[in-house]
Design a protein around this ligand. Sequence first.
Ligand code: TYD
Ligand code: MG
Length: 500
Amino acid sequence: MPRHSPSYVCQTCAAQSRQFFGRCPGCGGWNTLIEQAAPAADGRRRRQGPPTGEAIGEAIGEAIGRGKPRRSQPIHAVGERPLQRLASGFAELDRVLGGGLVPGSLVLVGGDPGIGKSTLLLQSAQVMAQSCSVLYVSAEESAQQVKLRWRRLGSLDPSPAPALTAEEAGGGEPINLQLLAETDLELVLQELEALRPAVAIIDSIQALHDAELSSAPGSVAQVRDCAAALQRLAKRQDTALLLVGHVTKEGMLAGPKVLEHLVDAVLTFEGDRFASHRLLRAVKNRFGATAELGVFEMRDRGLAEVSNPSELFLGSDGPAAGTATIVACEGTRPLLVELQSLVSSTSYASPRRTATGIGINRLHQILAVLEKHLGLPLSRFDCYLAVAGGLDVEEPAADLGVAAAVVTSFRDLTLPAGTVLVGELGLGGQLRPVGQLELRLQEAARLGFRRAVVPRGSGLGGSAAELGLELLEAGTVAEALVAALGVDPAADPATQSAAD
Ligand code: TYD
Ligand code: MG
């Protein structure tokens, strides 16, 4: 039961109403009214209670900027505080955060239900609790459930030995991990204020509930209100907040989409339900690069870091017709990835094309380029393409690899072992340069690849030789495939064998 009648505010024109309307009476916009907690009679939020002398002093202090004059100052004169980051316990998580968790920052971790968000944060909390105080607020699971999970994760590598409380361990190192199973925002705020932890984890923001609002937990109004209240408190007491947010069926961060501007960093945890690896990416990060990628593997005792992810996305069977290896780059992280293709004559009026892990439009475009510039009659063939390991490769640098996989399947050829292909295809059949080529070549060399087909003009001949890589430069897709395969795939094998 709400403690007072709700009020609704239009998000477009700020018109207020006591009643909910699907269409704003002010501006006529649809679904723009959102419930808001009305201020109490004294103008402050109820949860803050009647204003005490101290509270009034604080409010005045805030209003006048705590005695400091609110004036501009030369940028070089602005005092700097060294950014001391907290190690999260996972090097992969630290990398995505930009080098660790920044005290007082607000981080949203989004992902599908069941992907492993709670597991990741509980494991991380466990490690962080050895160097600072951590509060884990479980709004979805009971304290018993969290404890069971904690036990299950206890002896996981690479975290240190099972962390038990002092009594349980019989006098070992106590850990500073507090658990609160609570959905009421008010109580969570009280606990945060009482404990003043260095890190607090809220699992999940959609399950928290502000009793001052009549809308259901998880609604936009609730999520925004809860996050804003937590943020105010966390910034004031320098608590780093990790908020868990669920992704809806439509793939949106439900509610949390409205939080994206409020938080300092948005991380998404994704992965294939049927594969064990999980990818953590930063979508927004005020304290680091956004393109970073962290790779984990879900095991029966929790998440383990994968520090050598290329091995995950490489086929183990060696080269075969229809496979090609590319070096994709996620942020500053090169990944060797195997592409697989199957081209077979179609029995449909229009051939079937499916792509897993690569945009279908990109595949259509590459097939059209191959048809036009190599003269391959691909429009009479079905074409299936997949990225091994369930990774999504969005980069155009994968184009040449896609072309090679399709052509080798079509002609039943095999690329020589140890060959990688990198390059973007232009519509005219030309190969265009890609970024971070040197980094990609280093990773390929590290994993034992010996030949790299790259766009012309890379200027990396010297460093490739140092890496022990044979560098094959090409100006067009046709040249690149001839260089990679040693035969001309554009030539019809029937006429070729007749000529032999
Ligand atoms: P969970 O962290 O509860 O997901 P989320 O919080 O994102 O909803 O992870 C749940 C899944 O992970 C569940 O399907 C079981 C699996 N799991 C493991 O495979 N190993 C483990 O050690 C744990 C704790 C969970
Ligand atoms: Mg969970």
